[in-house]
Write a protein that binds this ligand. Structure first.
Ligand SMILES: *Cc1c(COP(=O)(O)O)cnc(C)c1O
Length: 424
């Protein structure tokens, strides 16, 4: 089966479905806006990637930050995924979803002591360390807890991933990792610290990469570093190649899993290392849609707007990265298409889901689906404008479950109080 063979959101008799469930049925039962995920699509993507790396010792550590819903993480963990976490909260979620600590790696440019302690206590596989200052903190905390922390440095190979500047992380000017030419000294320091065990080398150069060459270039430099480190007595047994593999939102043509695997293994496959992968977007983006209802249309002689009940607080990618996401009516609509901006109710001009999109006439209550919204959708949502966050639904075959209930107004004020001594 090819990775594209599973159709998560088929259109049947003019109606968009999630697997076997009509999206209109979910909208009627759960309301809108709602994120809908396909368990089948998550499994198909995981299996395609696992198959591409089947010939080598590879561990797929799902990058939770793309979509941290427990049911989504659980679906991937049940397939064999580990987790890549970037905070204590993500570690908590990964463990709650049943991830094996021996398959959890912890990345991130700033780790608090309590977060380090939680990961040490859990006995995770690898700390991806992003500075020498962090290395010393980690050594101190491990000493305090009486354990040895397995470490890799996240090295910055200074490669341009040719993606949006906000999601490029491997340039010399980026806040992430350490410059690769400083790595030998940093590893020497790591080796000298008593409570650490040097285990690998890590690199993550950016997200939504649609070419293999930046991966190949970065990993060629990582390979040279591994050889150099080995020659100076470091036992490097893991190469963590990060995440970043891109997906199709509109007309991008990203590399296939097989092409990606060929590039990775072509660069570092002969080192005899375990390969750790940290895919986020690639596993979840296409497995989700955001369901939203049309409130009304408005227009003037210059512009036509479709105002919907989802907004930038629900899905910030268009506003934050100027990313184009496909939007389609859930029910086939007759009538001539016209260019419209699809906008939300939030009081910001940046609050749009799409610009100049050809859509048919849409009346009050019509359902729209924003495609490929399974990654960095709900995960980046907020309560801006005091908007309760959306519900999340997981579909498996012809059944669905609400896997996160829609927030209520009471949820919005949870934890807040009005102190009488101060306000009178
Ligand atoms: C965000 C991130 C990932 C996942 O990136 P995707 O583009 O979603 O695959 C992996 N590793 C690290 C360190 C990250 O910060």
């Amino acid at each position: 089966m090819s990775e594209a063979a599973f159709t998560a959101f088929p259109r049947r008799r003019g109606t968009l479905h999630a697997e076997g469930v009509a999206l209109a049925r979910i909208a009627d039962g759960v309301g809108t806006p709602t994120y809908v995920y396909s368990a089948g699509a998550l499994r198909a993507r995981y299996r395609a990637l696992a198959r591409a790396f089947a010939a080598t010792r590879a561990t797929i550590c799902y990058a939770l930050k793309a979509n941290m819903n427990l049911a989504v993480v659980r679906t991937l963990v049940a397939e064999g995924a580990g987790a890549d976490v970037t905070s204590g909260g993500e570690l908590f979620r990964a463990l709650r979803a049943g991830a094996d600590p021996a398959r959890i790696v912890y990345s991130g440019v700033g780790k608090r002591d309590d977060e380090i302690d939680a990961a040490l206590r859990a006995g995770i596989r690898l700390f991806n360390v992003e500075s020498r200052a962090e290395l010393r903190r980690l050594d101190a905390r491990a000493g305090e807890l009486g354990v040895r922390a397995p470490v890799a440095f996240r090295v910055n190979p200074d490669v341009d991933p040719k993606t949006h500047p906000y999601i490029a992380t491997g340039l010399r000017t980026s806040k992430f990792g350490i410059p690769i030419d400083e790595a030998p000294d940093a590893y020497a320091e790591a080796k000298a610290l008593p409570n650490l065990r040097v285990a690998g080398v890590d690199c993550h150069i950016g997200s939504q990469l649609v070419e293999v060459s930046p991966f190949a270039d970065a990993l060629a430099r990582v390979r040279a570093l591994v050889l150099e480190l080995r020659s100076t007595g470091h036992a490097i047994e893991i190469v963590d190649v990060g995440g970043g593999l891109g997906v199709t939102y509109t007309d991008e043509i990203p590399p296939s899993a097989d092409a990606y695997a060929a590039a990775v293994l072509g660069a570092v496959g002969d080192l005899g290392c375990e390969i750790i992968l940290e895919p986020g977007r690639w596993l979840t983006a296409g497995a989700g849609v955001l369901l939203t209802r049309v409130l009304y249309e408005k227009g003037n002689d210059a512009k036509r707007f479709v105002v919907v009940d989802a907004a930038m607080n629900d899905l910030i990618r268009p506003a934050l990265y100027e990313s184009a996401m496909k939007i389609e009516p859930v029910e086939d609509v007759a009538g001539e298409t016209r260019a419209v901006d699809v906008v939300g109710p939030v009081c910001e001009s940046g609050d749009f889901l799409a610009k100049d999109r050809l859509l048919p006439p849409l009346s009050h209550g019509a359902l729209l689906a924003v495609d490929s919204a399974g990654a960095y959708g709900f995960a980046m949502s907020s309560n801006y404008n005091a908007r309760p966050r959306a519900a999340e639904v997981l579909v498996d075959g012809d059944r669905f479950a609400v896997v996160r209930t829609r927030e209520t107004y009471e949820d919005l004020v949870r934890g807040e109080s009005i102190p009488t001594e101060i306000t009178g």
